[in-house]
Design a protein around this ligand. Structure first.
Ligand SMILES: Cc1cc2nc3c(=O)[nH]c(=O)nc-3n(C[C@H](O)[C@H](O)[C@H](O)COP(=O)(O)OP(=O)(O)OC[C@H]3O[C@@H](n4cnc5c(N)ncnc54)[C@H](O)[C@@H]3O)c2cc1C
Ligand code: FES
Ligand code: FES
Length: 1317
C-alpha cells in the first residue's frame, strides 16, 4: 500500500535569471512544454520529442552546496520533467542574447558563418556551444567537434556550423592553412579567387564575464538542495529525498515506488501513465553521488551521471599508464558513445544498469570488466555486493528485488596481462543505439601466450546483454593464436543467442558477433606486437579525425559597386532571428485563448476495410469537442478527399482514419486512444516484387525510344546486364508538419498559416474540399523549418482538417503532428527497381541502352503516371552522357505503403545513381580506367539531346570534371588508394569521381512563371512579397540582393515579410530549384518598373538621396507599388507524350563533378568518407556562401539517402523506423573528414538571373560519388578474395549490405574472413 508523504511543495526554478514558482507542478509536464506554453519562450524547439535531435537543448545550472561549484550542462528539454528542476537554473536561447539587445557571440557566429539555413535546429546548436563555452571558455578543436553529438541538422551538412564555432577555439586558424589569404602579402592576393565566406575578425569577442550570472538565491538558500521536496500531480507524486536513510524509509513505506535520476526512460512512462504513484528521484542523495578510487577500482555512486563519471576518469587517466590507462581509456570510449551530451549529462550509471535492456553500452563493458554493484535492501538496510552480470535477467530486466537499491558501482582497473576492448557497431557515429555492441577482456599469460581468462559480452543480440559462458570455460589455457579465433567463432554461434531482429537481420548480427571478436583478437595482437597500424579499426572514436573544409569561388568584378551585393556572400536574412530563437515558425505563434487542437488517428492496418469506428467514449472525455472523419469533408467528390481521410478502406499503415478535436492537445491525445476502429484485413501489396506478381500497376507502360537499339546491341563489343534497387527516403525536415487556421470573418473567411512549400496549391485544394471560393481563403507562411519536397502535398491535409474544425466551432484551430505520426503518415521518396542491359564498345563508349524500371508510387498513383514518362526523359537526357540508341520503359506500381512524393531532386538522384552504376559496370567489365569511360560518354559542347535540344552548357561539364580531377589529385590518389588496399587487409579504401549534370525547373508551361509585388514606402524602405517560400535555402536573401541591385539601395532598406496568397496570387510551389529564377526575375521586373517611375525624380535631383526621390514621386502622385512577372517562355516545355515535337525542355543545365574517397571496415561494413572534392558551375552565383551551403547540405542528405537512412517495414508492411532514433540521418561526425568545394563560372548565356543558376537539387547527385567509392572499396576486397567482376549494390548501401557484399559466400562474411586469418 502506498503511503502519501506530505502535501506538495512549490517548485522553484530560475529561467533566464527570472524566478518562477509553480504550485502543484505535474510530473507529466516536460520542461519544453513549460517553456513554450507557460513561459511563452518558443525559441526552444520541439522537433522529435524523444531526445533524438537536440532541437530542444537548453542549459541547466546546478549549485553544489558541498563543494560550492556550479555545474553547467545541456539537457533535452523534451525529456526533462519540470519537477526535476527544483532549485536549478535553466538558460534558453532567449536568455543569452537577442537581436533587440545584444547578440551572444555564439548566436552571431553561427548566423554569420552560414550555419543556420532553415534554422529549426539552430537554437539547439547555440545552446550546446554556449554550454561548452561556459565550461571551457577556450575549447580545443576536438571538444568543439564532439560538442554536437546530440544535435542533428537536416539542412547544412554541419560544415558551416563547425566552421563558425571553431573560431572560438584558441587552435583556430583559417582552414586554408598557409594558403590563407590573410597570410598573403598585399598585392599577392589573387583578386579573382575568394576562399572565405565570412571574416572572423569581424566577430564580437567572447567575454565570459558578460554571460548571465547564476542566481545568487540558489547559492545562498541551501534549502533548495538539502531539503526533501515533494510535488503532487494528478497521477504521480514526485519526491526528492536527501539522504540514503530517508530514501530507504520512503521505499520501505511505498514498496511500489519507482526510482529515477535522469528520467530519460521513466519520464516517458510517466507521461503515458504507465507509471503512476510515487516516484523517488535519487539526484540529491549524497551517498549516491560520491566517486572515489583506490588501487584496484573506482567506486561510483549510483546516481552519478555518465558525464560526471567521464570527467572523473578523464582526470585520473592522465596520471596512469600501462594496462590501467588502456582500461580507463576504453571506459571513456564507451561513455563517449552513449547518446549525446544532453543524455549523458542526466543519465546515471545506476539507472543505466537498472533499466537494462539488451543494448546498453554501459552493461556490455562493465559485464566484461567484471564490475560489481553495491546494493542496499531498503527493508532491513542489509547490503551486498553483486557482479553486475548477476543483475541481468534473460528478458533484459534487472534482477533487483523491489526493495533493493543500487548504491554504487565498482569498476575494476585492468591488471597486468589484461586487454580490454569495447566496440559499438551502429548505423551512424553518434546518437544511436547499437546494432551490436560488445565488451571483451582477455587475460593472457605473457610467458606461454595462453589464455587465463576470456570474457566476451554482447549487446544488441537479444533482449538482454549476453556473456559467452562456454567461450570463457572452453578457452582457458588455450594458445592465443589464429586457431583460437576459429574455435571461439564456432563456440559463439551457440553461446550467443541472437534473437532480436530489431534493426537488421539475425544473420548479420550473428556475423558481427564473430567479426567483432576477430577485431578484438587483431587489436590485442597489434598491441602485443607494438604495431598499432595493424589494428583492424577504421578509426577509433577518440581519435576520430577533425573534419576540415575549404571553399573557393570567384570574386565579383573589381569595378562592381560596394552597395551591389549580387555575387557576394550575404548572410541569410533570417539567420540572426533563427540563432536567437526569435524566428517564428508556425507552432511558435502565440495561442489564442479559445484555440482548439486536433490529434489525428492513423490506420493500424496496411490494407483493410473499416467495419466500424466508435468514438463515443473519446467524445465524452474532458475537453473533447468532437470526432471527425471522411463524412465531415464538405466536398467528398474532390479528388483530394481520400488523402484527407480514408473512406471505408485504409490503404496503408498511417492512412488518416479520423481526428479528435479538444481544448488542449493533451486532452486530444488522451482521447484518441479511446477511439475504437474495427477492421477487416484485405490482401496487401507491399513491395515492387509483390506488385509485379499481383499486377498491381497502372495499366500503361511508358516507353521512350531513340535510335536503332537492336542494331546497336548487335554491333556492341560487350553486353552487360544488371539490376538496381533504390529504396525510399524520409524527408525528416526538423520542423514537423503544422498549421493553424483562424476563422477571420463573417463570409467563411479563413486565414491559414501553414508550414508549406505551396501556398496557392493549398488554397486551391482547401477551396475545393471545403466548397469555399479561393478568395475567402488566405494562406500565409513566414518560413518553413525544412521542406525538401515533403511540404508540398501533405499540408493540404492538415489545413483542410483544421479548417473544417475552425469553421464548425468558429474558433482558431491548431494541428501539429508529433514526429511518429508525421513519419508514418507522410510521403517518402519513391522506391525504384531498374533492370538494365547495356551494349558498349571496347573503348567504353556505350552504344545501346535498354532499361525497364518500376516506380513504387505507394497507395495512390498521384502524379506518377505522368512522372514515369518524365523520368524516362530525365534518364535519357539528363544524365550527363550521350547515348545514341536507347529504349527506356517504366511501370508504376501501386502498393500499400506511404504515398511516394516529391523529395529533393525527385526522380533524378535515383536515376543518376543508375547511370553511375552502369558506368561502373562498363569500367569493371572492360577493365578500363573509370575516367576514360566517363569522358568518352560525357556530353560535349554542341551535343544535342535526343529531342534535339542543343546543349550549350555541356562544355562546362568538362571544365568542372577536369577541375575536380585536378583539385582532388585524382591519378595520384588513385595510386595511393591502390597501394593502401594492397597493404591493408581489414580496411579497404575506394575512390570515385563522377560528373553531375542536371536540368533545372519543370518543362511544363504553367510551371514556369513567377510573380511579385514590390512596395516602396514614403521613408524609402522597400517591402517585397513574392510567390516563393523561405525554407532555409536563402531565397529571400537572394531576392533582397536582386532588388538591391536593381533599385541601387542597400539590402538593409529592403524587407521580405513572408509569403502570402493575398499579396501574390496563384504562385507556383517552391520546388525544382527554380524558385530564385522565377521569383527573382519577377522581383527584378517589378523593381525595374519602379526604377522607371522614379527616373524623373532622380534626373531632377541626382545629388539627392533615394528617400528624397521616393518622397518626390509620392508628392507627384506616382505609384510606388508595382507587380512583377516572369514567364520563362513557351519554347521551354516538353511534350511528355511526344518529346520530339520541338520543345526545348529546360532553360539550362547545371554542371558539376565530385570526387569522393571512403574507407570501409571489412569486419562490419562500417564506412567513413575521408575526403570529398566538389566542383560546381552555378554561373555567376548570386550568393556563393549560400550556394556552397546548399552543396554541403545536399551532399550529406544524399549520403544519408544512399548509405545510412534505411526505411524499415515489419512483415505486415508497417513502417518500423518512424522516429528520429530509428531513422538515421547523418550526424555531425558522419560528414566527410575533408570537404573541398569550388564554384566555377562558365559565364553561361542560358542562365536566367544575372547569369546565375539554381542550386537546390543538382548537388544531391554529388553524394553518389561516395556510394560509388564504397562500391570501389568493396570491389578491392572482393579482388583480394579472388572474386572478379560486377556485383549489384542497392541503395541504401547500409553497413549490413556492404558487409554482405564483402563476402564471397552466401550472406555471412565472417566465414570467409575467418578462413583468411
Ligand atoms: C535518445 C536516447 C538515446 C539513448 N542512447 C543510448 C545509448 O547510446 N547507449 C545506451 O546504453 N543507452 C542509451 N539510451 C538509454 C539510456 O541510457 C537510458 O534511458 C538511461 O540509462 C536511463 O537512465 P536515467 O537516469 O534517465 O533513468 P531513469 O529513467 O531515471 O530510470 C531508469 C530505471 O532505473 C531504475 N533505477 C535508477 N536508479 C536506480 C538505483 N540506484 N537502483 C535501482 N534502480 C534504479 C529506475 O527505477 C528506472 O526503472 C538512450 C536513451 C534515449 C532516450
Ligand atoms: S525535440 Fe528534444 S531532442 Fe528532439
Ligand atoms: S538549419 Fe539545421 S535543420 Fe535546417
Amino acid at each position: 500500500m502506498q503511503q502519501h508523504i506530505m502535501e506538495g511543495d512549490t517548485l522553484v526554478v530560475f529561467v533566464n535569471g527570472i524566478k518562477h514558482e509553480v504550485t502543484k507542478p505535474s510530473a507529466e509536464t516536460t520542461l519544453l512544454q513549460y517553456l513554450r506554453t507557460e513561459l511563452c519562450l518558443p525559441g526552444t524547439k520541439l522537433a522529435c520529442g524523444e531526445g533524438g535531435c537536440g532541437a530542444c537543448t537548453v542549459m541547466v545550472s546546478c549549485y553544489n552546496p558541498t563543494n560550492k561549484n556550479i555545474r553547467h550542462y545541456t539537457v533535452n528539454a523534451c525529456l526533462m520533467p519540470l519537477v526535476a528542476l527544483h532549485g536549478l537554473a535553466v538558460t534558453t536561447v532567449e536568455g543569452i542574447g537577442s537581436t533587440k539587445t545584444k547578440l551572444h557571440p555564439v548566436q552571431e557566429r553561427l548566423a554569420k558563418a552560414y550555419g543556420s539555413q532553415c534554422g529549426f535546429c539552430s537554437p539547439g546548436f547555440v545552446m550546446s556551444m554556449y554550454t561548452l563555452l561556459r565550461n571551457y571558455p577556450e575549447p580545443s578543436m576536438s571538444r568543439i567537434e564532439t560538442a554536437f553529438q546530440g544535435n542533428l541538422c537536416r539542412c547544412t551538412g554541419y560544415r558551416s556550423i563547425l566552421a563558425g564555432f571553431r573560431t572560438f577555439s584558441k587552435e583556430w586558424a583559417c582552414e586554408k592553412g598557409e594558403n590563407c589569404c590573410q597570410n598573403q602579402k598585399q598585392g599577392e592576393q589573387n583578386s579573382k579567387i575568394c576562399t572565405k565566406t565570412f571574416d572572423a575578425s569581424e566577430f564580437a569577442v567572447y567575454d565570459q564575464t558578460q554571460d548571465p550570472i547564476f542566481p545568487s538565491e540558489l547559492q545562498i538558500k541551501t534549502n533548495y538542495h538539502t531539503k526533501t521536496i515533494t510535488f503532487t500531480g494528478p497521477t504521480v507524486q514526485w519526491c526528492r529525498p536527501t539522504s540514503l536513510n530517508e530514501l530507504c524509509q520512503l521505499k520501505q513505506d511505498n514498496p511500489d515506488a519507482v526510482f529515477t535520476v535522469g528520467a530519460t526512460s521513466v519520464g516517458k512512462d510517466i507521461r503515458t501513465e504507465r507509471i503512476q504513484g510515487l516516484v523517488l528521484c535519487l539526484s540529491h542523495v549524497p551517498e549516491l553521488l560520491d566517486i572515489s578510487s583506490n588501487d584496484i577500482q573506482i567506486k561510483v555512486g549510483a546516481a552519478v551521471t555518465l558525464a560526471q563519471l567521464y570527467e572523473y576518469i578523464e582526470t585520473i587517466a592522465t596520471d596512469t599508464n600501462g594496462e590501467k590507462k588502456l582500461g580507463l581509456q576504453t571506459v571513456l570510449d564507451m561513455l563517449h558513445q552513449v547518446g549525446g551530451h544532453q543524455l549523458r549529462n542526466v543519465v546515471s550509471i545506476g539507472s543505466n544498469i537498472a533499466s537494462g535492456g539488451g543494448r546498453s553500452d554501459v552493461l556490455t563493458l562493465l559485464m566484461a570488466m567484471g564490475a560489481t554493484a553495491d546494493i542496499i535492501n531498503a527493508q532491513d538496510k542489509s547490503t551486498e555486493c553483486k557482479a553486475i552480470s548477476q543483475l541481468v535477467a534473460d528478458d533484459g530486466s534487472c534482477l533487483l528485488l523491489k526493495q533493493q537499491i543500487i548504491t554504487s558501482v565498482n569498476i575494476p582497473y585492468l591488471t597486468q596481462g589484461e586487454h580490454l576492448y569495447w566496440h559499438k557497431h551502429a548505423p551512424r557515429t553518434d546518437l544511436n543505439l547499437a546494432t551490436v555492441n560488445c565488451g571483451m577482456k582477455v587475460k593472457l599469460n605473457a610467458e606461454s601466450n595462453t589464455i587465463d581468462d576470456l570474457v566476451l559480452c554482447y549487446g544488441g543480440v537479444g533482449p538482454s546483454s549476453q556473456l559467452a559462458s562456454n567461450v570463457k570455460q572452453e578457452t582457458r589455457g588455450k594458445n592465443w593464436n589464429n586457431d583460437v579465433v576459429t574455435f571461439v567463432c564456432d563456440l559463439l554461434e551457440s553461446d550467443i543467442d541472437v534473437t532480436l531482429n530489431a534493426d537488421g537481420s539475425v544473420n548479420y548480427k550473428k556475423a558481427l558477433v564473430s567479426s567483432l571478436f576477430i577485431k578484438f583478437y587483431l587489436k590485442v595482437n597489434a598491441i602485443i606486437q607494438s604495431q598499432p597500424d595493424q589494428s583492424p579499426d577504421m578509426s577509433s572514436v577518440r581519435s576520430h579525425p577533425l573534419s576540415e573544409a575549404s571553399e573557393v569561388f570567384e570574386d565579383v568584378p573589381a569595378d562592381q559597386a560596394a552597395i551591389d551585393t549580387v555575387g557576394r556572400p550575404v548572410v541569410h536574412k533570417g539567420a540572426l532571428q533563427q540563432t536567437t530563437g526569435e524566428a517564428v515558425y508556425c507552432d511558435d505563434l502565440p495561442a489564442y485563448k479559445n484555440e482548439l487542437h486536433i490529434v489525428l488517428i492513423t490506420s493500424k492496418r496496411v490494407h483493410a476495410k473499416i467495419l466500424k469506428i466508435d468514438a463515443s467514449k473519446a467524445e465524452s472525455m474532458p475537453g473533447v469537442k468532437g470526432f471527425l472523419s471522411f463524412a465531415d469533408i464538405p466536398n467528398q467528390q474532390s479528388g483530394h478527399a481520400e488523402h484527407i481521410f480514408s473512406n471505408e478502406e485504409v490503404k496503408y499503415g498511417g492512412h488518416v482514419v479520423g481526428a479528435i478535436v479538444a481544448e488542449t492537445e493533451m486532452q486530444a491525445r488522451v482521447a484518441v486512444k479511446h477511439v475504437i476502429v474495427e477492421y477487416e484485413n484485405l490482401p496487401a501489396v507491399l513491395t515492387i516484387e509483390d506488385a509485379i506478381k499481383m499486377n498491381s500497376m497502372l495499366p500503361n507502360c511508358s516507353v521512350i525510344k531513340h535510335g536503332d537499339v537492336d542494331a546497336a546491341f548487335a554491333n556492341a563489343d560487350a553486353i552487360i546486364e544488371g539490376e538496381l534497387e533504390m529504396a525510399g527516403q524520409e524527408h525528416l525536415y526538423m520542423e514537423p508538419q503544422s498549421c493553424r487556421v483562424v476563422p477571420t470573418g463573417e463570409a467563411q473567411e479563413l486565414e491559414i498559416i501553414a508550414s508549406t512549400q505551396g501556398l496557392a496549391d493549398l488554397q486551391d485544394g482547401a477551396s475545393d474540399l471545403l466548397g469555399i471560393p479561393q478568395n475567402r481563403i488566405s494562406v500565409k507562411t513566414k518560413r518553413v523549418g525544412g521542406g525538401f519536397g515533403g511540404k508540398e502535398a501533405t499540408p493540404l491535409c492538415l489545413a483542410t482538417i483544421a479548417s473544417i474544425v475552425a469553421l464548425r466551432f468558429n474558433k482558431p484551430t491548431r494541428l501539429v503532428l508529433d514526429r511518429a505520426t508525421d513519419m508514418e503518415f507522410t510521403s517518402k521518396r519513391h522506391p525504384i527497381n531498374a533492370k538494365y542491359k547495356i551494349g558498349c564498345l571496347k573503348s567504353g563508349k556505350i552504344v545501346a541502352e535498354e532499361v525497364h524500371f518500376y516506380i513504387n508510387a505507394g497507395y495512390t498513383p498521384g502524379m506518377y503516371g505522368l512522372l514515369a514518362i518524365a523520368s524516362l526523359l530525365n534518364l535519357a537526357a539528363d544524365s550527363g552522357y550521350k547515348i545514341d540508341n536507347f529504349k527506356l520503359s517504366a511501370n508504376v506500381c501501386l502498393t500499400n505503403i506511404n504515398p511516394s512524393g516529391a523529395m529533393r531532386g525527385f526522380m533524378s538522384p535515383p536515376l543518376a545513381l543508375l547511370m553511375q552504376t552502369i558506368m561502373n559496370d562498363v569500367t569493371v567489365k572492360l577493365n578500363l580506367p573509370s575516367t576514360q569511360v566517363h569522358e568518352i560518354n560525357m556530353y560535349k559542347t554542341g551535343d544535342r539531346t535526343f529531342y534535339n535540344r542543343e546543349l550549350n552548357d555541356a562544355g562546362s561539364l568538362k571544365v568542372c570534371w577536369d577541375t575536380c580531377l585536378t583539385n582532388g589529385d585524382y591519378y595520384k590518389r588513385k595510386a595511393e588508394v591502390d597501394k593502401f588496399n594492397s597493404a591493408s587487409k581489414w580496411t579497404k579504401r575506394g575512390l570515385s569521381a563522377i560528373p553531375v549534370y542536371r536540368e533545372l525547373g519543370i518543362p511544363v508551361r504553367p510551371f514556369a512563371q513567377g510573380a511579385a509585388l514590390v512596395n516602396i514606402y514614403k521613408d524609402g524602405s522597400v517591402w517585397i512579397s513574392h510567390g516563393g517560400v523561405e525554407m532555409g535555402q536563402g531565397l529571400h536573401t537572394k531576392i533582397i540582393q536582386v532588388a538591391s541591385r536593381v533599385l541601387e539601395i542597400p539590402c538593409e532598406a529592403i524587407h521580405v515579410l513572408g509569403t502570402d496568397t493575398n499579396c501574390v496570387p496563384n504562385a507556383l510551389m517552391t520546388a525544382a530549384s527554380h524558385g530564385t529564377d522565377l521569383f527573382g526575375m519577377a522581383v527584378k521586373d517589378a523593381c525595374e518598373t519602379l526604377v522607371k517611375r522614379l527616373e524623373p525624380y532622380k534626373r531632377n535631383s541626382p545629388d539627392k538621396p533615394w528617400a528624397m526621390w521616393v518622397m518626390h514621386a509620392y508628392l507627384n502622385c506616382t505609384s510606388l507599388s508595382a507587380t512583377g512577372f516572369y514567364d520563362r517562355g513557351p519554347e521551354y516545355v516538353l511534350n511528355f507524350q511526344n518529346p520530339y515535337d520541338g520543345g526545348k525542355g529546360q532553360k539550362y543545365f547545371v554542371c558539376g563533378a565530385t570526387m569522393a574517397e571512403v574507407e570501409v571496415d571489412c569486419l562490419t561494413g562500417a564506412n567513413r568518407v575521408i575526403r570529398v572534392d566538389a566542383t560546381m558551375d552555378l554561373g555567376r552565383s548570386l550568393n556563393p556562401a549560400i550556394d556552397i551551403g546548399q552543396i554541403d547540405g545536399a551532399f550529406v542528405m544524399a549520403f544519408g539517402m544512399l548509405v545510412s537512412e534505411t526505411l524499415e517495414y515489419d512483415e505486415n508492411g508497417f513502417l518500423k523506423s518512424k522516429d528520429i532514433n530509428s531513422y538515421h540521418i547523418p550526424g555531425v561526425r558522419d560528414i566527410p573528414t575533408k570537404f573541398n568545394t569550388q564554384l566555377i563560372n562558365s559565364d553561361s548565356k542560358e542562365a536566367v538571373l544575372f547569369g546565375s543558376k539554381g542550386v537546390g537539387e543538382p548537388p544531391i547527385h554529388m553524394g553518389i560519388a561516395a556510394f560509388m567509392a564504397i562500391k570501389d572499396a568493396i570491389h578491392a576486397s572482393r579482388i583480394d578474395n579472388g572474386v572478379q567482376g560486377n556485383f549489384q549494390m542497392n541503395s541504401p548501401a547500409n553497413a549490413q549490405q556492404i558487409f554482405k557484399l564483402l563476402s564471397v559466400k552466401d550472406s555471412i562474411a565472417y566465414d570467409k574472413l575467418k578462413s583468411n586469418i
